[in-house]
Design a protein. Structure first.
Length: 364
């Protein structure tokens, strides 16, 4: 077909007035085109402080009221701010870029590999096959086996879900778990992290078999040299030195001073999830960094990393809903991510953002 003939044919099917009408139309907004029939996916994003950074006086038992309310929402899947074993396997294949990321965010599944003989990918495939044929009432041996596969696949939080679903007397060596892995799981239960104390606990009590590691650090990149890294850090710290940061610190200190009861914990979560928090976080952190004046644009690089990370996290959350459309997904994530994930996920045709107000409301 000649170019001239193709042009004539194209013009015949798409006359000029159609282009003129399209040009004057409002910009396409994915969020304006939601699912019209069937049950839409519901996503609740719970912004949380990182529990490991709370004062040592904080008693994890005071999360009981929060967890009970999350259970009442009846989530069908729970996503956590953690790197998947598969992503960590990829990062390990590229140490020239990700060496620091691996040290900070990845757990080495070597102990589980030594017991099971399985690398991350092979363990992940076996875990998926096991779950595909999972019985309604699995045996304790099956749960121990699945826990061992999750560990070999680098999915500690999901292994802990299986461990929590076992009767205490069945949390023992066997079926792919040796003494070191059992000790690791028991130690994990004592860790002060929201992936353990909130997500894994609520998942186990909800009857889930796993949690979904949604975080993404593929946008991480080392500085060109130590001098550049130092200059970047100093520039961003200067940007963070502003009244909005001071206000956030004041509020956090007041909230942390009142964590001696479950109601105090709920009050903290209400504060971290209220609508005005997003603007304060932006002005304190990302908005300040965006405008910092360094010639190398360190702040803009940081914001680019932040936006890229959140976009990739949002896509990981969206992927969770592919297998079972119409599900309820609870996302447990650091509070600074909350508004970004809600905004990005709200663009999806088959997602409705559910606010946390009803779950966290103050008791009469």
């Amino acid at each position: 077909m000649s170019r001239l003939f193709a042009s004539i044919l194209f013009a015949a099917f798409f006359p000029a007035p159609a282009f003129a009408a399209a040009a004057s139309a409002a910009p396409f907004d994915p969020a304006a085109h939601k699912l019209q029939s069937g049950r839409i996916n519901e996503v609740m994003v719970l912004g949380t402080p990182h529990l490991s950074q709370l004062p040592k006086s904080f008693d994890p038992a005071h999360l009981s009221a929060l967890n009970a309310r999350l259970l009442g929402w009846k989530p069908q899947a729970i996503a956590i701010e953690a790197l998947s074993g598969l992503q960590c396997a990829y990062l390990r294949s590229y140490p020239q870029r990700y060496a620091d990321t691996i040290k900070s965010y990845c757990w080495d599944p070597a102990p589980a590999r030594a017991v099971t003989g399985l690398e991350v990918v092979a363990a992940t495939v076996q875990a998926q096959r096991l779950l595909a044929a999972w019985p309604e009432v699995p045996s304790a041996a099956q749960r121990r086996t699945l826990a061992s596969l999750f560990l070999a696949g680098g999915e500690r939080a999901s292994a802990l879900v299986q461990w929590l679903r076992l009767p205490v007397e069945e949390r023992r060596v066997g079926d792919g778990l040796d003494e070191s892995l059992v000790a690791m799981l028991n130690d994990r239960m004592q860790r002060r992290g929201e992936d353990v104390l909130i997500a894994a606990v609520v998942a186990a009590k909800s009857g889930h078999e796993l949690v979904y590691a949604m975080d993404d650090h593929t946008a991480d990149a080392p500085a060109d040299n130590a001098q550049d890294e130092k200059a970047a850090g100093e520039a961003i710290v200067r940007a963070w030195d502003n009244p909005h940061t001071a206000q956030r610190k004041r509020i956090s200190a007041e909230l942390e001073a009142a964590l001696a009861t479950p109601s105090g914990v709920l009050a903290m979560y209400r504060a971290y999830n209220q609508p005005g928090q997003a603007e304060m976080v932006f002005r304190s952190d990302f908005g300040a960094a965006l405008e910092e004046p360094s010639p190398r644009h360190y702040g803009r690089n940081y914001v680019a990393y932040w936006e890229t990370r959140n976009l990739r996290v949002a896509s990981n959350i969206r992927e969770v809903m592919m297998a079972r459309p119409g599900m309820r997904v609870l996302v447990v994530v650091g509070a600074s991510h909350k508004a970004y994930l809600e905004a990005y996920l709200n663009q999806m045709h088959d997602v409705r953002i559910v606010g946390t107000d009803a779950v966290l409301r103050q008791e009469d």
